[in-house]
Write a protein that binds this ligand. Structure first.
Ligand SMILES: [Zn+2]
Length: 200
């Protein structure tokens, strides 16, 4: 499967699973958007999650990772599937207060080749914190992977970044929202999200 076929497949799976919804949405940032993506719905079906994990693993295999590390909670399911497809261990980092840490007895060895895997990367903040955590423990972050890349071309990383789908979903302040201006029904709130949209 080449990259275009992969992109087409992911787009189809996103739509089939209802993870990519089109309409009129109020994001937790207060902005309005005509589309919303909720990766948890894509990964709700374990068979679909495995398929997506296999495809992302194909993008990351060339970096010869020794393990996969994902920031909780968003990256956990897909990170685990990618690790399973690559046949390497999976670990996750988690936030306690403000600090991203490695807990539950997880450790990284000196020089370990790590790929960081996420569901969606928008600002890359959690990803970068997780990468810093890994390098601080002597590991080598060889690549970053995500199902969806929402960075819209401003690649926030200095290491290779691979995704299955680049998605540019525009959002607008309410006063400038095209749907509102066209007299659409008030926007609906999509699935709960504790952080402002795009904060990850
Ligand atoms: Zn609107």
């Amino acid at each position: 499967m080449n990259r275009d076929e992969r992109t087409e497949l992911i787009l189809r799976l996103l739509e089939e699973s209802g993870a990519l919804a089109r309409g009129h949405f109020l994001l937790s940032s207060g902005l309005h958007s005509a589309a919303y993506v909720q990766c948890a719905l894509l990964l709700e079906d374990p068979v679909r999650a495995r398929r997506v994990g296999e495809e992302l693993a194909e993008e990351l295999r060339q970096f010869h990772p020794d393990s996969v590390l994902s920031p909780a909670l968003g990256g956990v399911i897909i990170g685990h599937e990618v690790a399973a497809a690559l046949g390497v261990p999976f670990r996750f980092s988690e936030r306690k207060g403000e600090e991203m840490g490695l807990r539950r007895g997880f450790s990284l060895r000196q020089g370990e080749r790590v790929v960081i895997v996420e569901d969606v990367i928008t600002t890359g903040r959690s990803t970068l914190e997780t990468a810093t955590l890994a390098t601080g423990r002597g590991a080598r972050v060889v690549a970053i992977g995500s199902i969806i890349d929402r960075t819209v071309g401003r690649d926030p990383f200095e290491i290779p970044f691979r995704s299955l789908l680049q998605l540019d979903l525009p959002s607008f302040p309410p006063a400038e929202c095209p749907a509102c201006q066209a007299g659409a029904a008030p926007p609906e709130k999509p699935g709960s999200r504790p952080e402002p949209a795009g904060a990850r």
